[in-house]
Ligand binder design. Structure first.
Ligand code: HEM
Length: 466
């Protein structure tokens, strides 16, 4: 009798499972048909598979780890100026449309799909609505103005000198130096000083803080996964730390980074409580100023501010370090260009040389809930605008009669419009100063660096950060 009822239960569980599987398959089939034939963007060209499902994007971004679907399609198998690259998103290949799409005057909202990928939903970077973003940006815009950056000159010089001391150590010992790691420590020290008035001093680390370098790497690797499964980060946060760490050592680093941000903000909040008149302090740091600002209370919570802190440190650390590394490589592998640079280390030209080295994707959300995006990589590699775009040719700027101004609208590495890089002035100051000091002071040469080795120079795959 007992055996019979067990059989009946297991039979009915099987039946339920079969029903559930059939329902999931049916739901996905109906969804795919809707996406293919009835979605408001069904008439746009693009491979059917990308229009019907996200599996294609997941395959490229997470499994195959190559250039994302965006670049794959747009750089190679382009089907027209507008391509549908996933069920929700259109991608535009028309450099002249960039300023229209990433406009300063017309409000643009960010798509949740794009905003989700860094797992910091309350940061400025992940803010969906235009109005909320404007309020958040205004609250810190003073900190990123050219005037504020100029006030920081002495800090930048101090940090660059610290980097030089480390180079001198290596020079003395005759050992080759991994300049990318040193640059990452430098830019992190600068941005943490900037944000919290408390530098992390990674440049002092004998082996250039390998754990921080691994944290940045883990964050960028997680990006595509979090984008597809945004709840995964909440799940890991809820699990005991040792469980998360044993599932993924990378996630442990990311969570540790979050904890560190929480500690920083807690300290600043306590400091503010002890001294409520923070506005009387001559140079409050970004977060003291935010706490002391007119922003509504929900903008000043520990959770939101620590996410903001994480996004500012992340945005300021790896991007600039990557641009410094790639530019250093190109200068060292092009002696004639280097000679020219040394002969006339001229601000305008140097800044222009840097412009093509960065890769970042941008994404925004416009009419009728349709996400429309453009890719900076693709604008920068439009051969009509930048012939031989993969080559390092600063003359394309310097030798132009207009000094390169005619090309400026196509330089989109900092994005444009109301969602452009908040730290553009700081980034340019760092790039200019550090390259000028290094190349004036040292005769460097490349050591076992290959253009096509993953992580050295060439672009192999895309992640949100470099
Ligand atoms: C070469 C270096 C850099 C590049 C290429 C770069 C590029 C970008 C790009 C393309 C965006 C727009 C992201 C998006 O919304 O999709 C952005 C945003 C941002 N960047 Fe940078 N960035 C650099 C350096 C910096 C530095 C040094 C800081 C300083 C803290 C910084 C802070 C930010 C912030 C806070 C945002 C978010 C802005 C917002 O959504 O309002 N960036 N950056």
């Amino acid at each position: 009798m007992a055996l019979l009822s067990e059989l009946q239960i297991s039979w009915s569980i099987k039946q339920w499972m079969a029903c559930a599987v059939a329902a999931i398959i049916a739901y996905n089939l109906v969804l795919a048909v809707y996406r293919l034939y009835f979605s408001p963007i069904a008439h746009f060209p693009g491979p059917k598979l990308t229009a019907a499902t996200f599996l294609y994007e997941i395959y490229y971004n997470i499994v195959k780890l190559v250039l994302s679907v965006r670049s794959q399609h747009l750089l190679t198998t382009l089907q027209g100026p507008i391509v549908r690259i996933n069920p929700w998103e259109l991608h535009v290949n028309d450099p002249d449309f960039y300023e229209e799409l990433y406009s300063r005057n017309s409000p643009r909202n960010k798509s949740k799909y794009s905003a989700d990928q860094l797992g910091m939903p309350d940061s400025k970077f992940s803010t969906l609505g235009h109005n909320l973003l404007r309020m958040r940006r205004q609250s810190i815009s003073n900190f990123f103005s050219i005037k504020s950056i100029r006030r920081l000159d002495h800090i930048l010089i101090f940090m660059a000198e610290k980097l030089c001391k480390r180079i001198d150590e290596y020079k003395k010992s005759g050992k080759p130096m991994k300049i990318r790691l040193a640059f990452q420590c430098l830019t992190t020290d600068i941005v943490t000083h900037y944000a919290f008035d408390k530098t992390w001093n990674f440049l002092d680390s004998p082996d250039f803080s390998p754990e921080w370098i691994a944290t940045i790497k883990a964050t960028t690797e997680m990006g595509h996964i979090i984008q597809q499964l945004p709840w995964i980060i909440t799940l890991f946060e809820a699990l005991p730390r040792w469980t998360s760490a044993s599932i993924s050592p990378g996630i442990k680093l990311v969570l540790n980074w979050q904890d560190r941000m929480v500690d920083h903000i807690k300290n600043i909040m306590n400091e503010n409580k002890r001294n409520p008149e923070m506005s009387s302090i001559a140079n409050p740091n970004i977060f003291q100023a935010l706490l002391d600002s007119d922003l509504p209370p929900q903008e000043k919570t520990l959770n939101r501010l620590s996410q903001e802190a994480q996004s500012i440190v992340g945005a300021g650390a790896d991007t600039t370090a990557n641009a410094l590394t790639i530019t250093t490589f190109h200068l060292l592998s092009n002696p004639p260009v280097l000679q020219k640079l040394l002969a006339e280390l001229e601000r305008q030209c140097l800044i222009h040389m840097l412009n093509l080295t960065s890769l970042l994707l941008n994404n925004c959300h416009i009419w009728h809930e349709t996400s429309v995006a453009m890719t900076s990589t693709q604008v920068h590699h439009n051969e009509d605008i930048f012939p031989n775009s993969w080559d390092f040719v600063p003359e394309r700027w310097c030798d132009r009669l207009d000094g390169g101004r005619g090309l400026e609208c196509y330089v989109v590495n900092f994005s444009k419009g109301g969602r452009n890089c908040a730290g553009i002035n700081l980034a340019k100051a760092e790039l200019f100063l550090v390259l000028a000091i290094l190349f004036r002071r040292y005769k460097m040469e490349l050591y076992e660096t290959e253009t096509d080795r993953v992580c050295d120079v060439d672009m192999h795959y895309e992640r949100y950060l470099a």
